[in-house]
Design a protein. Structure first.
Length: 222
């Protein structure tokens, strides 16, 4: 079973996905209030077409929809989509079950922004998903994504393809596939996809962490 489906199933068994109100702020790390918020995507999101890749339980998609964006949130885990719809189906965000690259290759409309927060960018082979992002973004559309920092344990892995351990609510663990890529390598991958890096941030969450825990990258379609 896919680790993220296992995670979602355990969460749903623990607590039904009841209605929630959107959170007051977009988060790029797993700790609230650290680093920037939705301003990375522009000051006014009203009417802007945004896709989130790997939306999980839908918290950030709901925030963006409440800010006026037209949001489609994609996740390859059917269980996560059930959670997101149960929490935030009332917000106007559309939650879609599917893989990130397949969704971007299927739709035809141009997008103003694509976001991924510990989502499909980082758990999908980079050249494939970044090329799909580039095709869908309208110039000067924004791509903003956060991934676990490759230096979070003090050293950057020798192999970019690794497996982190995901602890499930029932105490068992799973190992989803993840690409741990140094910031410069992300820059090269984005450049090859036709995207221009505009900002790279090394975030510490918690704030007193010894090593940066989150890598946040923003790029634009020229």
């Amino acid at each position: 079973m896919d680790p993220w489906n296992s995670h979602a199933a355990a969460r749903l068994a623990e607590r039904p996905a009841g209605r929630l109100e959107p959170r007051p702020r977009m988060e790029w790390t797993q700790r609230p209030g650290i680093g920037p918020a939705a301003e990375l995507l522009g000051e006014d999101l009203t009417g802007r077409r945004v896709v989130e890749l790997g939306c999980g339980a839908g918290h950030n998609a709901a925030h963006l929809a409440a800010a006026g964006a037209v949001v489609v949130a994609v996740d390859r885990s059917a269980g996560q989509i059930r959670r997101a719809r149960g929490h935030y189906g009332h917000t106007g965000a559309e939650f879609v079950h599917g893989s990130a690259a397949a969704h971007l290759n299927r739709v035809t409309e141009s997008l103003d922004a694509i976001v991924s927060v510990f989502g499909a960018i980082g758990t999908t082979e980079p050249s494939r998903v970044l090329a799909a992002c580039s095709r869908r973004l309208a110039g000067p559309g924004v791509l903003a994504f956060s991934v676990p920092h490759p230096q979070r344990t003090g050293t950057i892995p020798v192999s970019p393809r690794n497996r982190d351990t995901l602890t499930l609510p029932d105490g068992t663990s799973a190992a989803p596939e993840r690409w741990d890529i140094a910031p410069a390598a992300w820059g090269h991958a984005l450049d090859r996809a036709g995207l221009l890096v505009t900002d790279v941030q090394n975030l510490f969450a918690p704030a007193d962490a010894r090593w940066p825990t989150t890598l946040l990258i923003t790029a634009r379609k020229p």
